[in-house]
Ligand binder design. Structure first.
Ligand SMILES: [Zn+2]
Length: 64
């Protein structure tokens, strides 16, 4: 059993799911390169720390 919701990072401002993780696999990634929500443009606080700390596998999709 695993909990996709528990690994999902939501926008603090509009609650849009921004980073959906299922264990090590990144299912969806919606942040701009500046770490901002594409829906409301709020910056995701702490995102750059998270990127450095938890993205060892670097398997994220790049949305063009
Ligand atoms: Zn947002």
């Amino acid at each position: 059993m695993h909990d996709v919701e528990g690994d999902t990072t939501f926008c603090a401002s509009c609650s849009e799911p921004l980073i959906v993780r299922d264990w090590y696999e990144l299912l969806d990634y919606r942040l701009g390169e500046d770490g901002a929500c594409p829906k409301c443009s709020a910056k995701l606080a702490g995102w750059f720390d998270a990127k450095a700390g938890t993205f060892g596998r670097r398997r994220y999709r790049v949305a063009m």
